[in-house]
Design a protein around this ligand. Structure first.
Ligand SMILES: NC(=O)c1ccc[n+]([C@@H]2O[C@H](COP(=O)([O-])OP(=O)(O)OC[C@H]3O[C@@H](n4cnc5c(N)ncnc54)[C@H](OP(=O)(O)O)[C@@H]3O)[C@@H](O)[C@H]2O)c1
Length: 219
């Protein structure tokens, strides 16, 4: 599966480092030096270049910029026509921690994922990987009490979802189909809860188990 990551930040690096073992990768973004640096770090022939070249390269495009830049990134990738038929993996949380409120931004009463689908109607949007902090996805594998992390995903296209489910397994997690893309509203809201707690000092590894880490030990 040819995968392009638009964005070269924490999530692009963590997910890329898992998938590079098995798939041809392409790193892109607004700063080609930074894209090149991540491509070099991931190695194994990882290429880098413009968003438009990333889009022609890949069958799966991971939107891995800050959430506010997602539409700019898709414009740079060539817009709706260039994205037609591609799997667009939306990992983003439309939450601005800086405002101190942690409420997810709504798009016409819907989710960011649905707004992406509206922008690129012939692409196949799947939402996944937004629920946990990068350090959790980085675990080799993400196990909790010896059990693999269940990773929720949603989308409207069965083939696209199958591809994303395989990518979830390759990160070491157990994919769980939440349903159609409209359920991204729940994923974005749930992640906003996680982010609010993380910013108030909760351990990233407690994820949605919102128990205090010190109360977890069972004698
Ligand atoms: N970090 C996490 O734990 C985590 C977990 C789950 C989901 N997510 C979601 O994943 C997405 C990426 O998060 P991250 O932690 O990887 O972010 P990050 O490390 O801060 O990297 C952000 C990326 O977005 C690019 N970017 C920012 N503003 C841009 C703009 N105006 N135009 C084009 N590119 C722009 C940055 O490029 P420059 O360096 O050039 O600015 C960089 O490549 C976010 O939407 C976040 O909500 C993050």
């Amino acid at each position: 599966m040819k995968i392009a990551l638009i964005g070269y930040g924490n999530m692009a690096e963590v997910l890329g480092s898992k998938w590079v073992k098995k798939h041809p990768l392409y790193i892109s973004g607004r700063n080609l030096e930074k894209a090149q640096a991540l491509a070099n770090k991931l190695g194994n022939g990882t290429e880098c270049g413009s968003e438009a070249d990333a889009s022609s390269f890949a069958e799966v495009i991971v939107l891995a910029t800050q959430h506010k830049a997602v539409f700019e990134a898709m414009d740079a990738a060539g817009g709706p026509d260039a994205l037609a038929g591609k799997v667009l993996l939306d990992i983003n949380n439309p939450v601005d921690a800086a405002d101190g409120e942690f409420l997810p931004k709504h798009y016409d009463e819907g989710s960011l994922a649905e707004a992406i689908a509206k922008y690129a109607p012939a692409a196949h949007v799947v939402k996944a990987f937004n629920m946990c902090q990068a350090q959790v996805w980085q675990m080799e594998p993400p196990l909790f009490d010896g059990r693999p992390l269940v990773t929720l995903y949603c989308g409207d296209n069965p083939e696209a979802k199958q591809k994303v489910a395989a990518l979830i397994e390759e990160v070491g997690c157990e994919p769980e189909d939440l349903g159609e893309l409209k359920y991204a509203r729940l994923l974005e809201a749930a992640a906003a809860i996680v982010i609010k707690f993380l910013f108030s000092g909760h351990d990233v590894h407690t994820v949605l188990n919102l128990i205090k880490p010190e109360s977890r030990a069972i004698s």
